[in-house]
Design a protein around this ligand. Structure first.
Ligand code: TYC
Length: 112
């Protein structure tokens, strides 16, 4: 048995309250929400969607949209898994409701 455990047992026998160190918290794994390019969704719709769902100003949203248009895909935001997956689902639902084929995905960020 370790010295610490013996000390704790001895102390609790005496009725002394022993403060346990809480376990170190793990950083949650982060997920990036990406939009994929397609040939049909209007640029203006994509810019407005990025402003609405990812809280970006018009200039930033336009830059992200153009990057997706030119590179094929682009990151709109980085969140914990629940939030990233919920956002991707909401964006896909919104695009479908507006009859656009725009696709949104959530994927784990590279670990550092
Ligand atoms: N490529 C589309 C067009 O030329 C615009 C677009 C940009 C579509 C980004 C999807 O995620 C996207 N109208």
């Amino acid at each position: 048995m370790s010295d610490k455990t013996e000390e704790r047992d001895a102390n609790s026998d005496l009725g002394i309250l022993v403060k346990e160190k809480p376990p170190a918290l793990q950083k949650p794994r982060l997920y990036q929400v990406i939009l994929l390019n397609d040939d049909y969704t209007p640029m203006e719709f994509v810019v407005e969607l990025i402003e609405k769902f990812f809280n970006k100003d018009r200039q930033t949203a336009t830059r992200i949209m153009l990057m997706i248009h030119n590179e094929g895909k682009g990151v709109c935001g980085i969140y914990t898994q629940d939030i990233a997956e919920t956002k991707a689902a909401l964006v896909n639902k919104y695009s479908m409701q507006h009859q656009h084929p725009l696709l949104c995905e959530a994927e784990p960020c590279d670990e550092d």
